[in-house]
Write a protein that binds this ligand. Structure first.
Ligand code: OSB
Ligand code: MG
Length: 376
C-alpha cells in the first residue's frame, strides 16, 4: 500500500443528549477523522479524543500535532505491507495512543479493502453478530435513572452500565436492582474513588453487579489489587490499561478480573488484539468500551468485538443512540434482541456518507510527503 496522501478532518458532532461522567459533561464531540489515500482506495480512521484532557491526557490539538509532526512523516510516501508495521514504527513515540490509533485504524481499513475482505475477518473475528450493552451517564435523580434503564432495557440492550460518582452510587444502584431485579448491570466510576472508600465497595458487593469499572485512580494498578482482594465483585480496568504490558502487570498483580478494551486508548487494533489474546490465555474476559464515537469509530468497535474473547456485551450502542444523523451508510443498527450484525463488505464495512462527513467537518487538512516537508 503506497501511502500517497493523508487527510485529517477536525470534526464537531452534537450528541442527542448531554453525557455526564464523574469527570465532566459532554454535549458535543470534537474529534478527528483520518483518511489514508492509496491508489483509488481510501482507508478511514477515527481519533477518539475529546476537546479536553479529562478522560486521558490527549486532546484534539495534541493528537493533531502528534499526527502531523511525528506519525505522518513515518508513513507518507512509504509502501506499507501490513498495518502491524504501524504498531512497530509508532512504538518509539511514547503514549499518544489515540493519535496513533487514528492512523493505524485507517491503515487497517485500507488493508482490508485492498484484500477485498471485511475488517472483522482480516483480524480473525469469528462472530457474525455481537451482543450490545449501553452506558448511561450520571442522572440528576434516581427517578431519571430508573426511567432511562427501563427505556434501554425495552430497546433490547443486554448490559446496562451506570456511571457513578460519590453521592450518586450505592443508592442509585440499589434502586435499579430493586426495580428491575436480576438484570445484567454494572457501574463505571471513572476513577472517582480511593481506598478510603473500601467500606462502600464492600457494601456494594451485596448488589451483585457484573463489575466495578475503574473505581480507583487512572494510573493505578496497586490499589486496585488491594480492592480486588477485598471484594467479590470483579474489577474491570479501563483507564489504567494502555498496552499489553499494562494488561500483563495488572493480571499478574490481581488488579482486575475483566478488561475493557478501547482501541484508541491502547494505540490501535494490533495492540488491542494482543491484549485480547493475553486475556484469553489468562481467563480474563474482555469487552469493547466506547468513546461516544461516530459511525467510523463504531465500525472498528463492532469489528474487534467479533473476536472470541469479547464475551461480555460492550458499550457499542447503535448510531441512533448518539446522533440525529451519523456519518456512515447504513448507520449501525441493533435488533430487538440487542444484536448488531457484523458487516460482510470490505474494510470497516460501512460506507462513509460524504455529505454528512462534510457537514460535520470544521477544518480539513491534506498532507503529502512534499507538503509535510514544507510545513513541519
Ligand atoms: O469510561 O467508558 C468510559 C464515554 C467517554 C469517556 C469514557 C467512557 C465513556 C462511556 C460511553 O462510558 C461509552 C459509549 O457509549 O461510547
Ligand atoms: Mg470507563
Amino acid at each position: 500500500m503506497l501511502i500517497e496522501k493523508v487527510v485529517v478532518r477536525k470534526m464537531k458532532m452534537d450528541l442527542k443528549f448531554p453525557f455526564q461522567t464523574s469527570f465532566g459533561t459532554e454535549q458535543e464531540r470534537l474529534f478527528l477523522i483520518t483518511e489514508i489515500h492509496s491508489g483509488n482506495q481510501i482507508g478511514y480512521g477515527e481519533c477518539v479524543v475529546s476537546s479536553n484532557p479529562y478522560y486521558s491526557e490527549e486532546t484534539v490539538s495534541t493528537a493533531f500535532s502528534i499526527i502531523k509532526e511525528f506519525l505522518l512523516p513515518l508513513i507518507l510516501g512509504k509502501d506499507i505491507q501490513h498495518p502491524d508495521e504501524a504498531n512497530k514504527m509508532f512504538s518509539r513515540i511514547r503514549r499518544n495512543n489515540m493519535a496513533k490509533s487514528a492512523i493505524e485504524g485507517a491503515l487497517w481499513d485500507l488493508y482490508a479493502k485492498t484484500q477485498h475482505k471485511p475488517l472483522a475477518e482480516v483480524i480473525g473475528g469469528q462472530k457474525s453478530e455481537i451482543t450490545v450493552g449501553v452506558s448511561i451517564g450520571i442522572q440528576e435523580t434516581k427517578e431519571d435513572l430508573l426511567e432511562k434503564v427501563e427505556e434501554l432495557l425495552k430497546q433490547g440492550f443486554k448490559k446496562i452500565k451506570i456511571k457513578i460518582k460519590p453521592g450518586k452510587d450505592i443508592e442509585y444502584l440499589r434502586s435499579v436492582r430493586e426495580k428491575f431485579g436480576d438484570i445484567p448491570v454494572m457501574a463505571d466510576a471513572n476513577s472517582a474513588y480511593t481506598l478510603d472508600d473500601l467500606e462502600l465497595f464492600k457494601e456494594m458487593d451485596s448488589l451483585n453487579l457484573m463489575m466495578f469499572e475503574q473505581p480507583l485512580a487512572h494510573d493505578d494498578i496497586i490499589d486496585h489489587s488491594i480492592l480486588q482482594n477485598a471484594v467479590q465483585t470483579p474489577i474491570c480496568l479501563d483507564e489504567s490499561i494502555h498496552s499489553v504490558e499494562d494488561a500483563r502487570k495488572a493480571i499478574e498483580l490481581g488488579s482486575c478480573k475483566i478488561i475493557n478494551i478501547k482501541i484508541g486508548r491502547v494505540g490501535g487494533i494490533s495492540e488491542a488484539i494482543k491484549i485480547h489474546n493475553l486475556c484469553q490465555e489468562n481467563n480474563i474476559p474482555v469487552w469493547c468500551g466506547g468513546m461516544l464515537e461516530s459511525g467510523i469509530g463504531r465500525a472498528f468497535n463492532v469489528a474487534i468485538t467479533s473476536l472470541p474473547n469479547f464475551t461480555i456485551p460492550g458499550d457499542t450502542a447503535p448510531s441512533a443512540r448518539y446522533w440525529v444523523k451519523d456519518i456512515i451508510k447504513p448507520e449501525v443498527t441493533m435488533d430487538a434482541e440487542g444484536h448488531i450484525q457484523v458487516p460482510t463488505t470490505p474494510g470497516i464495512g460501512y460506507e462513509v456518507d460524504q455529505e454528512a462527513l462534510d457537514q460535520y467537518t470544521l477544518e480539513i487538512f491534506e498532507f503529502t510527503k512534499e507538503s509535510l516537508l514544507l510545513s513541519n
